[in-house]
Design a protein around this ligand. Structure first.
Ligand code: ADP
Ligand code: MG
Length: 696
């Protein structure tokens, strides 16, 4: 076999790779031996030295070794095997809940055992629960790993040992790689940004040499890792740019509005547009009037007033003889938009239609007929809008609200509705996720960005209080008082459990409980398991202030608007992410009076939870909260990697590598202009088909 071509061989040509393994690897997008090289470790563990047990601290993950002094099976709440390990500097207990007879037989007094795990304190002594361990022969007692151990992303049915063997084979084939078809970054880019070459980088991250800069590798900012992160970000960037190019090759219908109609619309609003709204509106007007499809993201904190801008954009479509489709993430929100739009447009003779899952078949048929024809209509709906049966005859504008709730793919599915038309629809994406600019520019590199950077005037910042659960009786007494003064209250029930059914049950229980405790109040309940009609009825009553206290699940998290509500209680606040808390809290503080938010928690609080709640108390600024949240949790979780269809990055980390982004953008432009033939190879190396944006 010609060694130098081994990398381009199909994966099953490697010894030990059968059909089953091949299929598993294919699911990871690995077809050829060289693809294995890009299955990168996402972290390292340091097993290059033994930590004396006496120096071990709770919370520390380490390699320790000692002789077993005592081994016994304890029958407590759960049967467990306990082994006391000693190395002369201290003692460490190993605890196993699952163990075989053979394991037990070997973990006996005097056995020399090496273990890897996280120490914790348990009843006055240090222990590791289910550490990885191995028996050591005395001659090997001082022999430890020479290099950091790479840890590959967990993949169902593939053990770390197997992944290491596979990548070993691929890395070894690199030695014979005389020609360099693998290197896709042009020399000048590597020089300008001082990036090591690809083969060096790959070898280094897969198998760090003994003298490697451990600290840098563990932190993820070693030049070898940065080089790969750079290429990965570049690939994602190029993918979005080529998506944008594809769309811009289509032409769009210019959508315009007469000054008179604009005045008519604005005059009947109960408020004036803020300067921030006016500025963003200008961006929209300019884009909409053009012959290329608009691709714009409007970013604005909760309550900044994005909806009215969406309505104005939609009016441009209608007045130009086109349809507009608005997609909201929940039925509740779609219905609220429908009501707002119906109010705003009733005197302007504009047709507004709702399409959600609950619309009855006959109605639905009529509505679909309208959409399929050329009637200029504003269609408001949930994801029901992009089901296959829904066809638009004259779609001029697509608006996606609360983008963070949708995947990129859903957005694209709606775009495809317009792809068959003579002209391509304009696109407006709205999001309240206040992510930092550099990151926005990466994640939404296909979009132009406008920011509504100020809230409407007269909003008082919400006063936030953190309260332990045992203060509940006092809190409930205070609620009775507050409601008597005519204020309205949200009581939010949260659970980690994402299941609608369980959340709804918890809310129902709280509802029953509060009704017993507060018999004089008018209490309402809203949750995801209720029929839409029922939800409508409750929301309408709450808006009309015939409900004092509304018990709700996080279904109200997104976008719901009841300006008179001025007190919110959030249960189990310690379990929620900051951005979710911010979204929830954004439901109050919308009116003219002072609002209060009570974050109830169940003690004891972890340090992290305490930090999070303190942040919520100290600021109401969405950007600041998002930044902190990102430091604490990482951007993927905030933006909801799975939900938002964000790229699941292999080596790059949007927060850690934000500094690379300007360089990545410059490199992307250079490659597009001077090395266009490399674009496709870069994209397909780093993105799976599922992640590709460019299929429109
Ligand atoms: P979001 O940006 O979170 O979607 P909304 O569009 O729901 O915010 O607006 C929040 C509230 O602010 C609504 O009650 C809306 O009517 C009101 N609002 C919007 N623009 C203004 C403004 N310029 N002045 C006063 N109130 C406004
Ligand atoms: Mg909104």
């Amino acid at each position: 076999m010609n060694k130098s071509s081994k990398l381009s061989l199909s994966i099953d040509r490697l010894p030990g790779v059968g059909d089953k393994l091949k299929q598993k690897l294919q699911r990871l997008g690995i077809e050829k031996v060289q693809d294995l090289l890009f299955l990168l470790p996402n972290r390292y563990i340091d097993r290059t030295h033994l930590t004396p047990i006496g120096a071990l601290r709770p919370g520390q993950t380490a390699l320790a070794q000692g002789n077993i002094e005592l081994s016994q099976v304890k029958f407590g709440k759960r049967r467990s095997l306990l082994c006391r390990l000693s190395d002369g500097t201290g003692a460490l207990q190993l605890r196993f809940f699952y163990f075989s007879k053979q394991q037990q037989a070997k973990l006996t007094r005097d056995a020399l055992v090496r273990c890897w795990g996280t120490a914790r304190r348990s009843g006055g002594i240090l222990e590791m629960v289910h550490p990885e361990y191995q028996h050591i022969v005395p001659e090997q007692a001082d022999v430890v790993e020479q290099t950091l151990t790479p840890v590959y992303p967990a993949t169902e049915g593939l053990t770390q040992a197997r992944l290491r063997r596979l990548t070993d084979q691929a890395v070894r084939s690199l030695a014979n790689e005389a020609q360099r078809p693998l290197e896709l970054l042009p020399e000048e880019i590597r020089r300008d940004f001082t990036l090591p070459d690809l083969l060096t980088a790959l070898r280094y991250v897969h198998r760090p040499p003994p003298d490697a800069d451990t600290e840098a590798l563990l932190a993820g900012n070693h030049p070898a890792q940065q080089r790969l992160a750079f290429e990965e970000l570049l690939a994602h960037h190029l993918s979005l740019l080529s998506f944008r190019r594809k769309i811009h090759r289509h032409s769009a219908a210019p959508l315009t509005l007469t000054a008179q109609r604009k005045r008519d619309f604005i005059r009947q609003l109960p408020f004036e547009l803020t300067p921030a709204q006016t500025r963003v509106l200008k961006d929209l007007e300019r884009d909409l009037a053009g012959h290329t499809p608009m691709l714009r993201l409007v970013q604005g904190d909760v309550g900044s007033g994005k909806t009215v801008l969406a309505a104005l954009a939609a009016l441009h479509a209608i007045d130009s003889g086109y349809q507009a489709a608005i997609m909201a993430p929940t039925e509740l929100l779609a219905e609220q938009h429908y009501q707002n739009f119906s109010n705003w447009f009733s005197k302007l003779g504009v047709a507004v239609t709702l399409l959600t899952g609950k619309i009855k078949a006959a109605d639905r048929k009529n509505r679909l007929r309208d959409f399929a024809g050329s009637t200029p209509v504003i269609a408001i709906g949930t994801h029901a809008l992009f089901q296959e049966q829904v066809v638009f005859g004259r779609l001029g504008l697509i608006i996606v609200d609360e983008q963070h709730r949708f995947g990129v793919h859903q957005r694209l599915a709606l775009l495809e509705k317009g792809a068959a038309l003579a002209t391509f629809p304009h696109q407006l994406i709205m999001t309240a996720t206040p992510i930092p600019r550099t990151i926005t520019m990466t994640v939404f590199a296909d979009l132009d960005i406008s920011v509504i950077d100020a809230l409407p005037p007269g909003r008082l910042p919400v006063n936030t209080v953190v309260l332990a659960n045992d203060k509940r009786p006092e809190l409930i007494a205070r609620i009775a008082e507050v409601c008597r003064q005519g204020r309205q209250v949200y009581w939010i029930c949260t659970l980690i459990e994402e299941s609608d059914a369980i959340q709804s049950q918890a809310a129902t229980d709280t509802y029953d409980n509060l009704r017993t405790l507060l018999p004089d109040l008018r209490i309402g309940l809203i949750h995801g398991k209720m029929k839409s009609l029922e939800k409508d009825r409750v929301m309408t009553a709450y808006k009309a202030a015939t409900i004092d206290l509304l018990v709700a699940t996080t279904v109200i998290e997104v976008g719901v608007d009841v300006p008179a509500a001025s007190l919110m209680v959030i249960e189990n606040a310690e379990r929620l992410g900051l951005s979710q808390l911010h979204q929830l809290r954004g439901r109050i503080g919308r009116g003219q009076e002072r609002s209060d938010c009570i974050l109830l928690y169940q003690p004891p609080l972890s340090d992290l939870a305490m930090t999070r709640l303190a942040i919520m108390r100290s600021t109401t600024d969405g950007f600041e909260i998002a930044n902190k949240d990102m430091e604490l949790r990482g951007p993927g979780e905030i933006l909801g990697t799975r939900q938002s269809g964000l790229p699941e990055l292999r080596v790059a980390d949007l927060l850690r590598d934000a500094g690379l982004i300007p360089a990545v953008q410059r490199a992307a432009r250079l490659i597009q202009e001077q090395y266009p033939d490399r674009v496709e190879a870069l994209i397909s190396r780093w993105l799976t088909d599922r992640q590709r944006y460019g299929n429109v």
